[in-house]
Ligand binder design. Structure first.
Ligand code: URA
Length: 251
């Protein structure tokens, strides 16, 4: 008989039945250097059957102490943004690219993302959301498998493995650049529209546009890396944009 404890993570992950089991599987994780400096691993919070999943970057100081994502200043703004579309954090699910705080809130490193994101992918599989809202560069790049920045990608709707993906500025960006606050509230309004469409089962069409009043907003792309390059009204090609083929399918 196979000894499950000797199987690599990637083999055992697909057999995890629910979020509690996944959390237990991750355990007191020592798989990367962040274990040395974190206080608490921040697994995620919210409705395990949520239609809407938010993915942020990594826990900050407050999250590291409390063990819950988005409980600091950025979290208060996220709660306000959710409230603006009639939602409470208990009705969505909130997770991060990394489950442990990078020391001094430095950027996540590539090997940390590689080690930690199989657990995020598993959360996506288990929660099975209709819509994923990626908050900021790290979440957006991971989910869409692109090098493009959030400023270019926000305001568009993507589809990855049958899920709608809506890139949005990280709420912390509005704390440093107050001009982004209005954009964030606008994007949450658009997110509410995408949720409504998803619940109605409205198909994501390659050339769909939001209704009148949102003409500035989006085109819908089935292929994020190729679609972003070919979008109408975008003629400049960002150096380095696009995803290696093996990163395009994430979930
Ligand atoms: N920023 C994030 O990206 N995630 C958190 O949980 C908190 C702040």
């Amino acid at each position: 008989m196979t000894d499950a404890s000797r199987m690599p993570d990637r083999v055992r992950l697909g057999a995890v039945a629910d979020l509690d089991e996944l959390c237990a599987f991750i355990g007191d994780c020592r798989r990367c250097r962040l274990a040395e400096t974190r206080t608490t691993l921040v697994f995620g919070v919210g409705d395990p059957g949520a239609d809407l999943l938010f993915i942020g970057e990594a826990p900050g100081k407050n999250e590291d102490l409390k063990g819950e994502p988005f409980v600091g200043a950025a979290g208060r703004l996220l709660d306000e943004l959710l409230g603006s579309i009639g939602l409470h954090r208990s009705e969505v699910y909130i997770a991060n690219v990394l489950k442990c705080r990078p020391p001094g809130n430095r950027d996540p490193q590539a090997d940390e993302i590689e080690t930690c994101t199989p657990f995020l992918a598993e959360q996506v599989r288990l929660i099975d959301p209709l819509v994923i809202a990626t908050l900021g560069n790290f979440a957006t790049r991971y989910v869409l498998g692109t090098d493009a920045g959030i400023t270019r990608l926000r305001g568009r709707l993507f589809e990855v493995d049958g899920r709608r993906v809506v890139p949005i500025y990280h709420p912390a960006a509005a704390l440093y650049s107050p001009d982004k606050r209005g954009v964030l509230f606008d994007d949450f309004r658009r997110l509410a529209t995408v949720m409504q469409w998803a619940r109605e089962g409205r198909p994501v069409a390659p050339t769909a546009r939001l209704s009148a009043g949102h003409e500035d907003w989006l085109e819908v792309f089935a292929d994020p890396s190729g679609g972003a390059e070919r979008s109408a009204g975008e003629h400049e090609a960002d150096a380095g944009e696009g995803a290696p083929a093996d990163q395009q399918k994430l979930f």
